[in-house]
Ligand binder design. Sequence first.
Ligand code: ADP
Length: 424
Amino acid sequence: RMRIAVLTSGGDSAGMNAAVRAVVKAGISKGCESYVVREGYEGLVRGNTAPLTPRRVAQRHLPPERLARFSNEALVKNLSFGEGPALKEGAGDADDDEEGGTLKGRYIVQVGWDDVRGWMGEGGTFIGSARSATFRTPEGRLKAAHNLIKEGIDGLVVCGGDGSLTGADRLRSEWPELVQQLLASGEINEHQAALYSHLKIVGLVGSIDNDMALTDLTIGAPTALQRICEAIDNINSTAASHSRAFVVEVMGRHCGWLALMAGVSAGADYVFIPEQPPKSEPWEEEMCEVIKRHREVGKRKTIVIVAEGAHDRDLNPIKAEKVKEVLSNVLKLDTRVTTLGHTQRGGRPVAMDRILPTLQGIDAVNALLEATPSQPSYMIGIRENKILRIPLVDAVQQTQAVAAAIEARDFAKAMGLRDPEFDQ
Ligand code: ADP
């Protein structure tokens, strides 16, 4: 029986819970044991140091017929999260047990079918996400490898952004070396070294930014876009009523997808994105000209969207406050800045952020079951509405190539790499 673990890493995004649910349920239904790793790579590095909390902690809260459907650790997880079906029905606070009902000291936890019930429509990630500095170090990754082998995990699904998948690719490429080191230091025996000589790892892209190359859509991006649209719709009504200008700053890190798509969906006048800065210098003139034209043809409101990573052709950041100053001073528009902040991260996933993680989560499990040492590790993507497997290393490299092209101020190349259909 294969043991499959899933973790969520980096910035949270809507649909991560649905991804975990899909991997857990697909794993169990295909005869595997399903595990979750709490707190992203940090949990992998910390592993399990405390013994399993006894089943009787849960027995106090659950009727026996329900109990049978949970694994030992899963019961503890439900008590600790306080979110699962068990606690909703039962009473009691896990912390009042003298032996402790929490998951303290346990990061790699087996879960049962019922543990992920109701997770499909919930935002964020229940199993926690973290940014792990330790996992960036060789010692951290060695500990992570050791913990995976100790817990007998032979398949790992990582759901995260480009950073997390870069980390996954790194773990994959270093794996044979890590196993040899663990063997040499006596942490694992010959049998384990042979059994775990090949790391089966699959990436799911969970990111609100839609910033991963070689896939059309990342888990969480549609929900973030939806939230941004709703916010701009609200701004639009007041802007039109008062004939005002609004500058809206949206998230996206180094990627302009959210800003660009929000601009299209909300009828913005001007959008600043990192991949394609304004064509002329200084950018102020170009923007003012466009907005003036829109006002002249009768538009009562002005919306300018500034992506988080926007900059001019010399890579100087373009910030919302600066844009506001220009609109106020040059065009004499009554201008306000709106920063949407963390509301953009999502909350309840829209339908697409349930469909995408579900279909991709199932394929992630299939990819693990079919993995052979001679094949590359995959990232599960979607292109032209088809779920497909893309070599993880290619996706990571191409994403880095986009960043490098922007850094080198080759903006046409950046757009072309991000979107091969892009036509200057
Ligand atoms: P995201 O996955 O949302 O892009 P980060 O870039 O913060 O978020 O990456 C999440 C985590 O992935 C980091 O905290 C780190 O543990 C791991 N990671 C990122 N890049 C690397 C890398 N080059 N090598 C090893 N681990 C990495």
